[in-house]
Design a protein around this ligand. Sequence first.
Ligand code: NAG
Ligand code: NAG
Length: 451
Amino acid sequence: MFSKPSLTTFFLLLSSRAFQLADPEANALRLSPAKTACSDLRIADSGDHSSWATPECIVCPRSAAQVASVLQTITATGAPFAIRSGGHSPNLGWSNIEGGVLIDLSRINEITYNPLSTNVVVGTGNRWGAVYSALEAHGRTAVGGRVSPVGVGGFLLGGGLSHVSNEYGLGCDNVVDYEVVLANGTIVNANTNSHSELYWALKGGTSNFGVITRFTLKTVPMSKIWGGVITYNATQAEAVIDAIYTYQTEHISDLKSAISVQFILGAGVVLVTLMYAQSISSSPVAFAPFDSLPYNFYTTTVDMHKDMYQDILSIATDTSEKIAKYQGAALIFVAQTISPTMTAGSAKTGGNALGLPQNTNMMWVNFAAAWELPADDDAVAKACKYGIQKISRTARAKGLSRDYLFMNDAGEDQDVLGSYGSENRAGLRKVAREVDPEGVFQILETGGFKL
Ligand SMILES: *[C@@H]1O[C@H](CO)[C@@H](O)[C@H](O)[C@H]1NC(C)=O
Ligand SMILES: *[C@@H]1O[C@H](CO)[C@@H](O)[C@H](O)[C@H]1NC(C)=O
């Protein structure tokens, strides 16, 4: 049943070097860190532009003014385009494009910390690792990605789940100001006082309104942390999912704690990442549910519910077995425990567009699959999608299902913006009509969830 341990190494590599694999053979693997692995998923960015899609033209603007001229040119010529911040999205045509213009923001990479306000201005072309390194000297950090190669732009525009979200909320709710280049080249700042509807829309509404060139973010204090990764044999998967439930019921209220659990069922391992945002000498009580498991080297949005969690695991296991027959295929099931404090933050900063359930403990379920042969794309995608739909159906039957879909983990054919609710979607459309009356970001920009 679990017969491909060599893939473990691959996935471990992914956590640190995601999508930057220089080995051409590794590039031949197709990845889908998606809620459902959907139809044609490729590595959109290999870090050295040797990605699969071949743009006609790659532009690397250095300033908002240069982005403005690029957008004016695009609008004038009607050229299809894609925008890349860190290029983490594997969806074809999102952070890369076949035959159009790729706007690569990697040179818009300022990081300026203001010790008076404790805010940091971050260029969209940054990846989180660079932001963390720059803030470390000040004893601060940002509410950013859990994996350092992830880009700032897609993370913040999709919502953004961080290791410190339990205490400080989602990434988007820590954005104080967006510098936005609109389709006609006008540069505006969106914040609580100026363009406040656009400010609301950008918190979850992704790239539908303009090209974001700079984010001003709140920072939070951070010195030393306690943490690490425990690897379990997948034979312990049921015990691990019970430990997740116990953690969420009894310990998630310890706001310094964060967990991230990846069930790499095809490779026979479960990786439990534990992070405690404080310098402590031994494992905190919050992680006791994981300490008590025997541990050795063998190793959708639903409301928190013990039996439901087991159902999710069993569906993940079925899915993993189903795709095991395809060459090199493996499924990672990531169990993300969401606490009420993680979703409550938006009220303080003018709300966001996400339509999140409030006062609820949830799990944001993520299936991520990898496989080798293009011929298997559809079959693997279908199996993963079926699994996710089965989780939703099962949850719905028990009254535990939630509409909300977490953009940063979603498949390209999932209705993420619809999951925010009809009122929020209408609000997003209204803002888009105001800032982009010609629909440049609806029609010419290939990537992202459209309104
Ligand atoms: C997990 O445990 C089983 C049963 O003890 C063993 O056969 C298998 O090799 C272990 N898996 C890994 C990845 O070590
Ligand atoms: C650009 O678009 C914005 C939003 O629609 C509008 O307010 C602004 O007047 C436009 N600027 C120019 C120069 O047309």
